[in-house]
Design a protein around this ligand. Structure first.
Ligand code: PEP
Ligand code: MN
Length: 343
């Protein structure tokens, strides 16, 4: 934490600030140079009277570095971060669609899905080989075998792969088989994992924790970026609220807010955000209308037989219909953007 003093601070004001800190027992350090304007507060003081200090005469601002993100903020980079996967750009003008099953189950399921997705113009296939499940008795993924099936998909169709990483020990293995590493909601605050994926040079799709505040979400991205990896895609996937009619509440408010304060791309996952296949389509369009850089949709050849998340997966046919609407909507969004930038 730093207290930044006003340039034209009076000596009496400075003395007052220092005496308040001393009386509160706060350890601090100030450069002995005469015109120094920064007071560094030493760590370890629990109840720093932030609000009181902020309004003292002569104080310009108090910067709480422990609670603020810097690298992911627009203040540190004005232009949007673009992530290139082959000839696809995430964070450019055109939103992207990532689609595929919740989990890789077998060769037939994943290849059939991948071929349909490809025919619909999809370039990024999602599918978990390592699945974080609420119950230990649920299907937790094919693990390495699932990665091999994803490799087959890539060889057969040329699609790029998004798959989840659960454990720091698997970073090298999972990155070998994927183009984007997904850090799921349950791991959004697994700081060791965030640091580990921050140390590799592979795009990371960071999903918002199910009860994470905006600040916490961005600080998790900051963890990754502070290790050197700046290829981060944020993903809103719904938060826990009191509603009982949907699995989660898709917080689309966060999309324009993040576009404003961060340079990172943000996509939306209406499958987990709703948990109900019949509302995936309207919420996909709503996400695009809100300005999302893309959407991620769960698709399964036989949704009702899906080994995980059967209620939210779209059938291949439903996905085709969705894509026709999404493509029209994307055209509309481009016209709207041109219209608003011209007016
Ligand atoms: C997923 O995308 O398969 C997943 C488990 O999502 P989340 O982490 O958002 O629950
Ligand atoms: Mn799922």
């Amino acid at each position: 934490m730093f207290i930044v003093l006003k340039r034209n601070i009076r000596e009496t004001e400075k003395a007052n600030i220092l005496s308040i800190l001393e009386h509160a027992g706060i350890e601090f350090h100030m450069d002995s140079q005469q015109n120094s304007s920064i007071i560094k507060i030493m760590p370890g003081f629990q109840d720093f009277p932030l609000e009181k200090i902020k309004i003292l005469a002569g104080v310009d601002q108090v910067i709480d570095l422990d609670h603020s993100y810097r690298l992911v903020s627009r203040d540190s980079k004005k232009e949007n971060t673009k992530i290139y996967i082959g000839d696809l750009v995430i964070g450019g003008n055109k939103p992207v669609v990532i689609a595929g099953p919740c989990a890789v189950e077998n060769e037939k399921q994943i290849i059939e899905t991948a071929k349909l997705l490809k025919s619909k113009g999809i370039k990024l296939l999602r599918g978990g080989a390592y699945k974080p499940r609420t119950s230990p008795y649920s299907f937790t993924g094919l693990e390495e075998k699932g990665l091999h099936l994803l490799q087959t998909v890539k060889e057969v169709t040329g699609l790029s792969i998004v798959t989840e990483i659960l454990d720091t020990h698997d970073v090298d293995l999972v990155s070998e088989y994927s183009d984007i590493l997904q850090v799921g909601s349950r791991n959004m605050q697994n700081y060791k994992l965030l640091r580990a994926v921050g140390r590799i040079q592979k795009p990371v799709l960071l999903k918002r924790g199910m009860s994470a505040k905006l600040n916490e979400f961005l600080l998790s991205a900051e963890y990754i970026m502070s290790e050197g990896n700046d290829q981060i895609i944020l993903c809103e996937r719904g938060i826990r609220t009191f509603v009982e009619y949907s699995r989660n509440t898709l917080d689309l408010n966060i999309v324009p807010v993040i576009k404003n304060i961060s340079h990172l791309p943000i996509i939306v996952d209406p499958s987990h955000g709703t948990g109900r296949r019949e509302i995936v389509e309207p919420m996909s369009l709503a996400a695009l209308a809100a300005g999302a850089d893309g959407i991620m949709i769960e698709v399964h050849p036989h949704p009702e037989k899906s080994w995980s998340d059967p209620q939210q997966a779209l059938s291949l046919e439903q996905f085709s219909i969705l894509m026709d609407k999404v493509n029209h909507f994307i055209e509309w969004r481009e016209r709207y953007a041109n219209f608003t930038s011209a007016s």
